[in-house]
Design a protein around this ligand. Structure first.
Ligand code: HSE
Length: 419
């Protein structure tokens, strides 16, 4: 049995009296679906609750709330839809299913007059869904900046502080239970993309097509990038960004980012997540906490179960996610303006800088600073920072740079976000 299920079970059983006092009525666990009844299970749960058959759950008329903690796309999506069709309320921590199928799921829930709760799907225990849905409801949301993946934040922190390799840091994150079963989703940025997709749907009242987002992971970050970023007064963070550009256009993306060390987000380390939201009435707010791990996620799941139970008791009806009214377009990444950090490997000989500077000038890319290290070898790294520039110009410049014989390789390009 998954540890997350056990954590939810433990909170609900150990805090039974407290929950009853807070809600005015108790919550009873009726069944737990498992894949197989393994003997000698590590965790102690009441065996009489265990079932291998999903039908036992969705066809039980006494069950009002189904908690989906399977994760991944299938069978979770089908189970959720079947449960909704059987008039069950859903609590889920499944960001993939909510991010990709929000429109279908929420329309189905509305039709069946049930609700879907998903606080645990973003930032584990940090109350970000409720904040956007309820506490900030009077605001127009202008911008969201988030560090939404604990695993990559942990890896980047370890690389900065302990000078370990990417691989060593990933193994440690997996051991600690932060990473997804397939860490590709963490490393590639897609876990954070699903999460910013969910937050954007809620903030901008639209359904975001997550597959259209620009997403980059941290796979290409090397020691040199980390060292130079720190030297220049930045920290590299995997940032999820969602901006309302002009009510018709949204800028939503996930990528490694140079964040100034003067910005509080640069100080959010380890497995911690943070979300900074700018609302037109409230200004900036920031929510911070453990964004991965079983107990923080269980905290959000149990809160949702309690919320669902309150809604059933008091017959509260409200929209759960976007009502999809706005239908804004996503700006293409090529049209976004950013400053950039560029790391090149070049032959160390007279005239090379001049050639590079000419290519940038020809493409209207203005260079803010250049650093060259280490004159002991014929091939040297050089690091450039540009002023803000439309991404298309930068890409054109890079294409021309790659044609210069003395430019051996464009090793990395990282956006710099000043906010
Ligand atoms: N693997 C995720 C993370 C946790 O590292 O943030 C669950 O969303």
């Amino acid at each position: 049995m998954e540890l997350l299920v056990v954590c939810v079970y433990n909170i609900l059983t150990e805090k039974r009296d407290e929950i009853k006092r807070k809600l005015g009525e108790g919550i009873e666990i009726k069944k737990i679906l498992v894949k197989s009844k393994d003997k000698g299970r590590k965790y102690k749960v009441d065996d009489s609750l265990i079932t291998l058959n999903y039908e036992d759950i969705i066809n039980d008329p006494e069950i009002q709330i189904i908690v989906e903690l399977i994760g991944g796309e299938y069978p979770a999506l089908n189970y959720i839809k079947e449960a909704i069709n059987n008039k069950k309320n859903i609590v889920t921590a499944n960001k993939l299913v909510i991010a990709k199928y929000a429109e279908e799921i929420f329309k189905l829930a509305k039709k069946n007059k049930v609700k879907v709760y998903y606080e645990g799907s973003v930032g584990a225990g940090i109350p970000i869904i409720k904040t956007l849905k309820e506490s900030m409801i009077a605001n127009k949301i202008k911008k969201i900046y988030g560090i939404l993946n604990g695993t990559t934040n942990y890896i980047l922190t370890e690389m900065i502080e302990k000078h370990v390799t990417f691989k060593e840091a990933l193994e440690e994150a997996q051991k600690l239970g932060y990473a997804e079963s397939n860490p590709y989703f963490d490393i590639s940025g897609w876990d954070a993309a699903y999460k910013i997709g969910i937050l954007s749907s809620l903030a901008y009242e639209t359904f975001i097509d997550v597959n259209s987002l620009h997403v980059e992971g941290i796979e290409k970050i090397e020691k040199e990038d980390i060292e130079i970023s720190e030297e220049l007064g930045y920290s590299i963070k995997l940032l999820a960004i969602a901006k309302n550009i002009n009510d018709k256009t949204l800028d939503i993306r996930v990528h490694p980012t140079f964040v100034s060390q003067k910005n509080p987000l640069s100080k959010i380390n380890d497995v911690y997540n943070v979300v900074q939201i700018h609302g037109d009435a409230v200004g900036d707010i920031m929510i911070y906490g453990k964004g991965a791990g079983e107990m923080p996620t269980a905290s959000a799941v149990v809160a949702d179960i309690m919320e669902a139970s309150k809604s059933i008791k008091y017959k509260i009806e409200n929209e759960q996610i976007s009502n999809g009214v706005n239908g804004q377009k996503l700006i293409s990444i090529e049209d976004v303006e950013n400053a950039f950090y560029i790391r090149l490997k070049v032959n160390d000989k007279p005239g090379v800088f001049a050639k590079i500077a000419k290519v940038f000038g020809d493409n209207e890319v203005s260079i803010a600073s250049v650093i060259q290290k280490n004159r002991l070898t014929p091939v040297v790294p050089i690091f450039l920072l540009t002023h803000p520039i439309r991404e298309k110009n930068l890409k054109d410049a890079i294409k021309s740079l790659e044609k210069i014989e003395d430019v051996i390789e464009v090793k990395n390009i990282i956006r710099v976000e000043d906010f």
